[in-house]
Design a protein. Structure first.
Length: 233
């Protein structure tokens, strides 16, 4: 198990994918020992820096957080995507679908370091869709947080059909204009704890950046998300 330090900490960690790509991630540990893990994946053109604010807040409610640089991306919040830069340098494929290898490697890294890990996947935009898909294909994911999932892979598979029958707790956050679209994507799931949230006091933003400090509707999203997490045991 990860050694949890007596105060909040963040460190850069690395692990290999099934195709031997070195992945970079930020590890945020809880103040007290915990086997609750939230593994966080950014939206297109971004990096693990998408979660600097969110991870720092979520560890305070007892989750260790792992914010992952996937092989497709660039930079956000002054954090460069090291995995994507390395993938480009070494000639690895960098499509959205290829990022599934990075998500699976992150899950396996967490479970190697904590045999009692309770894993929640947190995705943003295209990675939200991949998190839902992977959760349906595995039995070691406790819940999924999906901000602005969509049908980004229509030439390869339908997200809506792939996640049909998914029963674990699901939180979907979206903007007002995305609501009906996101509702349709999760319409075939069988989760008894499905939260589909849109803000009331504004449009909201695409992806998890709607949680950032400068998002006008951040408090609405945070309240709904924290309430959802309190129901996931």
């Amino acid at each position: 198990m990860i050694v949890v330090h007596p105060s909040f900490s963040q460190e850069v960690v690395h692990f290999k994918t099934s195709d031997n790509l070195n992945v970079t991630a930020d590890l945020y540990e809880t103040e007290k020992e915990s086997s609750k893990w939230m593994i966080m994946f950014h939206q297109a053109e971004y990096s693990r820096g998408e979660f600097k604010e969110a991870a720092s807040r979520i560890i305070k409610i007892g989750y260790n957080c792992l914010a992952v640089d996937m092989r497709s991306g660039a930079e956000v919040n002054y954090v460069q995507n090291e995995t994507a830069a390395l993938a480009k340098e070494l000639g690895y494929p960098q499509t959205y679908v290829d990022c599934q290898k990075d998500i699976i490697a992150a899950i396996e890294w967490v479970e190697t370091h904590d045999k009692n890990a309770q894993v929640t996947l947190f995705g943003s935009s295209f990675s939200a869709s991949l998190c839902l898909k992977i959760a349906k294909e595995r039995n070691d994911v406790l819940s999924v947080i999906a901000f602005s999932p969509g049908e980004f892979f229509e030439s390869q598979f339908s997200v809506k059909n792939t996640i049909q029958g998914l029963t674990i707790p699901i939180f979907v956050g979206c903007s007002k204009s995305e609501y009906e679209y996101c509702k349709d994507i999760v319409s075939l799931t069988k989760s008894t704890k499905l939260v589909l949230f849109k803000p009331e006091r504004g449009e909201g933003l695409h992806g998890s950046k709607t949680l950032w400090w400068d998002s006008p509707t951040r408090n609405e999203y945070w309240l709904s998300l924290l309430f959802f997490l309190n129901t996931v045991k």
